[in-house]
Design a protein around this ligand. Structure first.
Ligand SMILES: CSCCC(=O)C(=O)COP(=O)(O)O
Ligand SMILES: [Zn+2]
Length: 206
């Protein structure tokens, strides 16, 4: 993990918001992004901003409990970011996208999502071959972040934890050692979700 200053993190978060919005992964005011800072606090998006139109003002600092350090209101989903940082001390960034393909897939599947036989799975940290199943959990949505944290906790506690997870009817969470790695995880999961949805519709039509 490369420790960031707040200024570096805020610039990177603004750039991620533009990139995700350009790809249709941040409609309306959806999505949120965070980076672990060198002093142990976290840079996170301010709640309610359109993530494609973020400025440095739309990024703020919270402590490890999610308390605002600058009077701004952090993302409503800050607790989900912080639980990932607690579980993975090496994680330097957490990103959350709301794409149509990830949300559609989460609604189509009754259980978790197993990615099988895809070369692109090698974009996930630690995956070195297509010949391995990568399971991304899908947990139920809730307006109470404690419900989502409790639902994902057993998966994150596993010896081989997933590189990302989905919240049903809501979106995708991915993380990495730094924002570039977290972005790669989200990009791979989003592409794989689009592929899965396309494949299922082709099978249905065949
Ligand atoms: C209209 S988006 C609903 C809230 C959400 O899911 C999200 O990702 C954005 O919430 P935030 O408080 O981080 O702006
Ligand atoms: Zn969300």
């Amino acid at each position: 993990m490369v420790a960031s200053t707040f200024a570096e993190a805020a610039e990177a978060i603004v750039a991620v918001g533009r990139a995700f919005d350009a790809r249709g992964w941040a409609p309306a005011t959806s999505g949120n992004y965070s980076v672990r800072l060198e002093d142990g606090s976290f840079a996170v998006t301010v709640s309610g901003w359109h993530k494609g139109r973020l400025t440095l003002d739309g990024v703020m600092r919270v402590d490890g409990e999610g308390a605002s350090l600058d009077g701004k209101r952090p993302s409503a989903e800050t607790a989900l970011h912080l639980s990932l940082y607690r579980r993975f001390p090496e994680a330097g960034a957490v990103l959350h996208s709301h794409s149509p393909q990830a949300v559609a897939l989460s609604r189509l599947l009754g259980g978790n999502w197993t990615i099988r036989g895809h070369e692109l799975a090698k974009a996930f940290p630690g995956v070195t071959t297509h010949a391995v199943d990568v399971m991304l959990p899908i947990v139920e949505n809730s307006q109470d972040m404690r419900d989502i944290e409790a639902a994902i906790a057993p998966f994150l506690a596993a010896d081989m934890p997933p590189p990302a997870y989905l919240i049903r009817g809501h979106g995708l969470y991915g993380w990495g050692r730094d924002i570039a790695e977290a972005e790669r995880v989200i990009e791979a999961a989003e592409w794989l979700a689009a592929c899965e949805v396309a494949e299922r519709s082709m099978r249905r039509d065949a």
